[in-house]
Design a protein around this ligand. Sequence first.
Ligand SMILES: *[C@@H]1O[C@H](CO)[C@@H](O)[C@H](O)[C@H]1NC(C)=O
Ligand SMILES: *[C@@H]1O[C@H](CO)[C@@H](O)[C@H](O)[C@H]1NC(C)=O
Ligand SMILES: *[C@@H]1O[C@H](CO)[C@@H](O)[C@H](O)[C@H]1NC(C)=O
Ligand SMILES: [Zn+2]
Length: 300
Amino acid sequence: MDPLISLPLFFFFILISVLLIARAPFGDAWGKEGHIMVCKIAQPYLTETTSKAVLDLLPEVAAGELSAMCPWADEVRFHYRWASPLHYVNTPGVCNYKYSRDCHNSKEEKGMCVVGAINNYTDQLRRRGDSSNHYNLTESLMFLAHFVGDVHQPLHAGFAADEGGNTIVVHWYRRKTNLHHVWDTSMIETAMKDYYDNDLDAMVDGIMSNITGGWEDEVDSWENCQNKQATCANDYAVESIHLDCNYAYKDVEQDSTLGDEYFFTRLPIVKKRIAQAGLRLATILNDIFDHENRQEIQSY
Ligand SMILES: *[C@@H]1O[C@H](CO)[C@@H](O)[C@H](O)[C@H]1NC(C)=O
Ligand SMILES: *[C@@H]1O[C@H](CO)[C@@H](O)[C@H](O)[C@H]1NC(C)=O
Ligand SMILES: *[C@@H]1O[C@H](CO)[C@@H](O)[C@H](O)[C@H]1NC(C)=O
Ligand SMILES: [Zn+2]
C-alpha cells in the first residue's frame, strides 16, 4: 500500500478503535472476574459425563477450563454486533419483567435478549446429535455459560431509560463511574481487595463455603422455577429486576456517592447472584449433557 495513504488510514483506524473502546462499558456484563467466578463455581457441580462433553467442546486455548472461556462473549462483542442485545434485557421503567413485552432487540425482533439467548443456546446444545444442526456448538457453549452469568447481574435486567444503570453517573468511593459498572466490576474488585487479598480463587472458595453453609436451605429452590420453558431463564430475569428495585437503584441518584453503606448492604447480593448463576449453569449443563444421571445439587 502507498505509505501516503496508509498513514492517514492507520490514524483513522486508531480513531475508530478508540471510539469503540470508549463505548465498551455500555451494556457490559459482570466484569471478567464475575464471569470467571460463575464458571469456577459451576465446574465442580458438573457430572463426569457433562465434564467430558464440555471438555470436548472447549477450544484448545481454554486448557480444559470452562471458566477460561466465560468472558469470551464480551471479548467478541464488536465482531459479533448482532449478539450485543443478547447480554441483557430492559424493562420500560417497571419493577417486573415480561418476555413478550421486554425480550427483543432495537429492531423489535422477538427473543433477542439475554433470556431468549439462554433458551436458544440451550436448545442448540440439546440438539447436538441432530444432523440438521449446523451451529458451532463451541460457540453455543461459550455463549450459554456467559449469558447465564449476565442474567444474574441485576442491572442486566434493568430499566431501558438508564440503560441498566449505564447512564447513572456515581462515585464509587472517590472514583467516578456509573451504576452499571459498580455492579459489573467495582463491588467485586473492592471485595477481592478488602477481604481476599486480591485472590479470585479465595473469593470463589468463600462463596462456595456459603453454598454448603449459610445458604444450604435455599439451594434446592435455586434449581427450580415456576415457569420453566426451555430453561428457567425467565425467572432469573424476574429476580434481577426485583433486586434492582430493592437494592441496585434504591437510594441512588445521578451523582450519588456510594461507599461503605452501599457496599456492605449490596455485596451479599452480588455474592449470592454469583453463587446462583454458578449452580444454575451446572444444572443446565447437566440437564443438556447428562440428562439420565442428572442429580440434585444437594447430593454433591
Ligand atoms: C441463536 O443463535 C444463533 C447462532 O449463534 C444466532 O444467529 C441467533 O441470533 C440466536 N438467537 C437468539 C435469540 O439468541
Ligand atoms: C467455532 O467457533 C470457534 C470460536 O469462535 C472457532 O474458533 C472455531 O473455528 C469454530 N469452528 C468451526 C468449525 O467453525
Ligand atoms: C459466608 O461464609 C462466611 C465465612 O466463610 C461467613 O462469615 C458468612 O456469614 C457467610 N454468609 C452467609 C450468608 O452465610
Ligand atoms: Zn455479557
